[in-house]
Design a protein around this ligand. Structure first.
Ligand code: BGC
Length: 352
């Protein structure tokens, strides 16, 4: 039976930051904290039982607050970019804080990733739940929003992340989980040799500022075709983003709102692998192109370019301004839900 223990993840302004470790019978240990309702550590054995921490991160709340990488965090209210830091809803224009040139990214200057959420752990259920109230007008968004994120680990090796939100008036919500994976170990170097498979036939191209142009492109014959699975590095040089590498939203095959497979990631060297299922319409694949100046991470680890890959299931970026993208409106009285199921396992003989 999976179990939950509590710990303190440092302090902010003299107030201790609560944390929980979820452990299961397979030796997986997931540490989550109230700062940004985030994962700070994920210990996972390889096929021979040797454990490694497979998520990038920092040792203290202060290091997270000083970083713009959103490592392990829950981004909100709207994860991803909103062009021109504005959108219209029911004829009213809402102006959001600008934190990326003219654009708004990952919820703005003081987004959900920087908040200390209320925390509760359920020792017997292997669960930790974080809740946050965001007042009307925060970062420019309409409506008072209550959000929650529940992390639950089971003994078969599946980590469930359940995100929910409600608002007291019409608004937009897109909660995005931002873990960077490196299945060889967070401090092992690059993920370019990881094998990635994506259940996506279409991608949404971006302009030079990384905001979707509104086009929806077939992946056939492009570097974005991960349908059969390939090493992340194989076609990466062909993807011309400013920072280098992938930083794109893929349209997940099948019906949004239903759990279905999104991605499979495997490290052939350690044999560690994961399969990601979600009910979201898209997934942002970000290969850490910005980590050019090595950031000092956990235990003094140096994170260089391509040190981790984020698989951010989400609504499409800039959907509040692009009416042909799947809707992101949340009305009063309705519930927003976003579910992720991450099955941690080891590769079988065919390398998957
Ligand atoms: C974005 C990247 C950004 C990173 C850290 C990702 O979700 O797509 O462009 O650099 O988050 O902010």
């Amino acid at each position: 039976m999976a179990q939950t223990e509590s710990f303190e993840f440092g302090a902010v302004g003299g107030v201790p930051v609560p944390g929980f470790v979820l452990r299961n019978a397979l030796g997986v240990a997931v540490s989550v904290t109230a700062l940004g309702a985030r994962i700070v550590r994920l210990g996972m054995p390889d096929a021979l039982g040797r454990a490694a921490d497979v998520v990038l991160g920092f040792d203290s709340p202060q290091d997270y607050l000083a970083s713009d990488a959103y490592m392990g965090a829950t981004c909100g209210r709207y994860g991803g970019r909103i062009r021109g830091s504005a959108f219209a809803l029911d004829g009213e224009v809402h102006r959001l804080s600008r934190n990326e040139g003219a654009h708004h990214a990952h919820g703005g200057r003081d987004g959900f990733d920087r908040k200390i959420w209320d925390a509760a752990g359920d020792a017997a259920a292997g669960e930790a739940v974080f809740t946050l109230d965001s007042p009307d007008g925060e970062e420019g968004y309409p409506g008072a929003v209550s959000a929650s994120v529940a992390y639950r680990l089971d003994d078969l090796g599946t980590l469930a992340i359940d995100m929910r939100a409600r608002s007291d008036r019409a608004t937009v919500v897109n909660l995005v989980h931002h873990t960077y994976w490196n299945l060889a170990g967070h401090d092992s170097g690059s993920i370019l040799g990881h094998r990635l498979e994506l259940d996506a036939d279409f991608v949404t191209p971006v302009d030079e500022s990384l905001v979707p142009t509104g086009e929806v492109l077939r992946v056939d014959g492009t570097p974005f075709d991960f349908r059969e699975g390939k090493p992340i590095g194989r076609d990466l040089a062909l993807v011309a983003t400013a920072a280098g590498g992938y930083d794109h939203n893929f349209c997940v095959r099948g019906e949004a709102g239903r759990l279905r497979r999104v991605a499979a990631l495997a490290d052939p060297a350690s044999g560690r692998a994961l399969e990601l299922h979600s009910d979201a319409s898209g997934v942002q694949v970000y290969t850490g192109g910005h980590f050019k100046v090595a950031a000092k991470g956990k235990g003094g680890a140096r994170y260089r370019q391509y040190a981790g890959v984020a698989l951010e299931t989400q609504a499409f970026p800039d959907a509040p301004n692009l009416s042909h993208f799947p809707g992101v409106r949340l009305d009063a009285g309705c519930e927003y839900r976003h579910r992720m199921r991450i099955r941690l396992h080891h590769v079988t003989e065919d390398g998957r």
